[in-house]
Write a protein that binds this ligand. Structure first.
Ligand code: RIB
Length: 313
């Protein structure tokens, strides 16, 4: 039986500029193209889960403006129920300014706008959504709302996935309600109070186990081109990334989480769910944009079938 997926989080209109290399502080550079594309970590995860076949609802806030309408439409076209995406009078829809350099690395600055108004009271008006299934959270909405959602979800028998992005330290009273924590390298180090952005694969197992001590029941470290590392304290396993030609890494992590949620909602084990998420994330980096880059089910399964890494038929 497939269980429903609820995503609570941000919706942004992304202002994307491509350039040969990212600018230095104080530098002016000429970009190569500009596009406005639907994004926001919450909406990207919802869109990925919807496009890949999940039964998905999203709770969030946009402004009562044209960007808010476009973001709702983007969710709906991915099959997501956007009925709990609330319009916020007097506050603009969130935006993200994104620079993407050749090779796919990016720099992102967010103006939260209406995302900053998503409150614990909003969760109460969405009570009916808190029923057994998966709950996907990230950190682009107020922390008190994320913590309240995790606690409420857990108390209603939901499996809580937290993507701790953007990177920051978090309290135990949030992390102990988390079933699956999915940081990237920077986020993992920030959670442990350590500087840096890179994590050698040889240290992944140790870092993942240290993260377990903060409260979550299991951890997937998202290591980009080095793949993903999963531990639940008993089992530890590395899942290699599927090599691709990178154009834009924006939303690769969101695509991974949305895809992972779909596989878990279908009752698949981690050994099957993580390769599926790796395949979806790999495809997303071959295209520009956040939601615009997310593959559908057929394309994802085709890549999984053709890669020699996971031996699927
Ligand atoms: O994770 C990628 C997302 O981060 C972008 O879509 C942008 O909106 C920011 O939220």
């Amino acid at each position: 039986m497939t269980v429903p997926i609820v995503v609570i989080g941000s919706l942004n209109m992304d202002f994307v500029v491509q350039m040969p290399r990212l600018p230095e502080r104080g530098q002016t550079l000429c970009g190569e193209g500009f596009q406005m594309l639907p994004g926001g970590k919450g909406a990207n995860q919802a869109c990925a889960a919807g496009r890949l076949g999940g039964r998905v609802r999203m709770l969030g806030r946009v402004g009562a403006d044209i960007f808010g309408e476009q973001l709702r439409l983007s969710l709906q076209s991915a099959g997501v129920d956007a009925g709990m995406v609330l319009a916020t009078e007097g506050t603009a829809t969130g935006v993200a300014l994104i620079f993407v350099e050749s090779g796919g690395q990016n720099m992102i600055v967010i103006a939260a706008g209406a995302n900053g108004k998503l409150s614990p009271e909003d969760l109460l008006s969405a009570q009916a959504a808190f029923a057994p299934g998966l709950l996907l959270l990230q950190l682009e909405t107020p922390l008190e709302t994320v913590a309240a959602a995790a606690a409420l979800g857990k108390s209603r028998g939901m499996t809580v996935l937290l993507d701790p992005a953007p990177a920051q330290a978090l309290r135990r009273n949030l992390l102990e309600h988390v079933d699956l924590l999915t940081p990237n390298e920077t986020e993992a180090l920030a959670l442990l109070g350590r500087p840096g952005r890179d994590l050698p694969l040889a240290e992944a197992g140790k870092i993942a186990r240290e993260l377990l001590l903060l409260g979550p029941r299991s951890v997937i470290l998202k290591l980009g081109s080095k793949g993903a590392w999963w531990t639940d304290g008993v089992r530890d396993r590395h899942f290699p990334a599927i090599p691709v030609q990178a154009i834009d890494a924006t939303a690769a992590g969101d695509t991974f989480n949305g895809a992972l949620a779909v596989a878990l909602a279908e009752g698949k084990a981690m050994e099957e769910a993580i390769p599926f998420a790796n395949a979806a994330a790999a495809l997303s980096v071959t295209r520009l944009g956040a939601q615009a880059s997310i593959p559908d089910r057929e394309e994802t399964e085709r890549l999984l079938r053709t890669t020699s890494l996971y031996g699927q038929k």
